[in-house]
Design a binder for this molecule. Structure first.
Ligand SMILES: Nc1ncnc2c1ncn2[C@@H]1O[C@H](COP(=O)(O)OP(=O)(O)OP(=O)(O)O)[C@@H](O)[C@H]1O
Ligand SMILES: [Mg+2]
Length: 407
């Protein structure tokens, strides 16, 4: 590694796995992913720490694996969180511009107004993502600083979460010897890796089907306009296989990953799968299509819930860019085909752009949050105008606002 290379690490605290991704920005600007590590998220339940000791151990295991692969040590990380305690809403704020031209201070004040909402107990604002500014009567302003005007308005998407949960996760990172540079919600980190500015402009839904949850983020006119979380994911699919085929959880997980397909009609009707004998029972042979019907039923349910959410929020007709699938479950064969059928829109498996290095990792949707964190870290280091205090760490807790996304 050259001395001019800059190392950036992302730590994805998922509900089923903790994943670490290490990236290096070369002097000429290109970004290589050089290390990854993954460890089951022991001690985290529904995005909440239930055993700090186990979480610290899991973090260390994932980080050490990535460090070993990368051949370097990391001291600081960009962290992403997910979980059922996260929530979001759209909001707006208005201020009078202090001088003739809009300054950073005016922008920070209007953001503060937009995020001034009564929140549930223990919750706090994690991100404020501006969708558009309105300066006097001029709508659609993206960067108002330096423009002349009197009345500055912002429309923004506000993401909130339980402060105790985020503090506990940060404390675990610190105990694992890592300084937390910033906390980023998983869908926003993934968007950094998977979405292009034209896709966001056209309207696109980013769907992360993970272990315990499914995260939906809708982008339109360049910015995030809606986020939602469904408390259902790949672990429910595994549980269905376990119950329907009467196999242990580990075997159900293996069957899903090795032989699963989300659309049963795509598999050869004569294909079979061996189920090993457990607890004194004899080994069995079943039709692969039976396994896939079990999987399809649950995945179809997840996709129908997502469709309902988009319909209810009136975003269905705005998604000209279709659906981008990610998260571990996006690895399943037949996912894009089933998604297109259920959602009635084009669907693709998200693949990060502008990244090199460990291709199999970069292309694996399990790691899209980690690679997104690396890209977020790079962008953030290059863009200070939106940062509250010119550092990555705002003074007032985790509250911060993100820049418009665009590449
Ligand atoms: N190759 C594969 N085929 C099918 N399913 C897979 C594959 N790889 C991973 N999965 C499933 O993906 C899920 C985990 O995905 P992921 O690692 O994105 O979750 P997470 O980030 O820990 O969870 P969350 O995002 O809900 O917090 C598990 O249910 C796992 O079985
Ligand atoms: Mg995840």
């Amino acid at each position: 590694m050259a001395s001019s290379d800059r190392i950036i690490a992302g730590l994805d605290l998922g509900t089923s796995n903790i994943k670490c991704v290490i990236g290096v920005q070369r002097a000429e600007g290109s970004v290589d992913i050089v290390g990854t590590g993954s460890h089951p998220a022991v001690g985290i339940k529904n995005g909440t720490v239930c055993s700090a000791e186990d979480v610290v151990r899991s973090i260390r295991a994932a980080v050490e694996e990535a460090e070993m692969m990368a051949g370097c040590d990391i001291a600081e990380v960009f962290v992403s969180i997910s979980g059922r305690h996260l929530d979001s809403f759209n909001s707006n704020g208005v201020v009078r511009v202090a001088a003739e031209q809009v300054t950073d201070e005016d922008v920070l004040r209007v953001i503060d107004v937009a995020k001034a909402h009564k929140l549930p107990a223990d919750h706090r604002v994690l991100h404020v993502v501006p969708q558009e500014f309105v300066l006097d009567h001029q709508t659609g302003v993206q960067r108002p600083v330096g423009m002349s005007g009197v009345r500055l308005e912002v429309q923004a998407h506000v993401l909130v979460g339980n402060g105790k949960c985020t503090d506990a996760l940060e404390a675990c990172c610190q105990q694992a010897g890592l300084r937390v540079v910033d906390i980023v919600l998983a869908p926003l980190a993934q968007a950094e890796a998977l979405l292009t500015s034209s896709g966001r402009e056209m309207g696109v839904a980013l769907l992360d089907i993970g272990g315990d949850t499914t995260d939906l983020a809708v982008f339109h006119r360049g910015a995030v306009v809606h986020t939602a979380l469904l408390p259902i994911g790949g672990e429910h699919v595994t549980a269905d296989i376990k119950d329907c085929l009467n196999v242990p959880t580990a075997e159900a997980e293996h069957l899903k990953q090795a032989h699963g397909c989300a659309l049963a009609a795509l598999v050869d009707p004569d294909a079979t799968v061996e189920l090993p004998g457990v607890g004194g029972r004899r080994a069995r042979t079943i039709k692969r299509s039976l396994l896939c019907e079990v999987i399809e039923a649950r995945v179809e349910e997840i996709l129908k819930l997502v469709h309902q959410e988009l319909e209810h929020q009136l975003y269905l007709d705005l998604l000209r860019g279709g659906l981008v699938l990610t998260g571990g479950m996006a690895n399943l064969d037949g996912m894009t085909e089933l998604a297109e059928q259920v959602m009635d829109m084009p669907a693709v498996r998200g693949a990060p752009k502008d990244l090199h290095g460990l291709v199999e990792v970069v292309q694996n949707p399990r790691y899209s949050t980690g690679t997104g964190l690396v890209q977020y870290g790079l962008r953030q280091k290059n863009q200070h105008w939106f940062s509250t205090h010119g550092t990555h760490r705002p003074k007032r807790g985790w509250s911060r606002f993100l820049p418009f996304v665009g590449r």
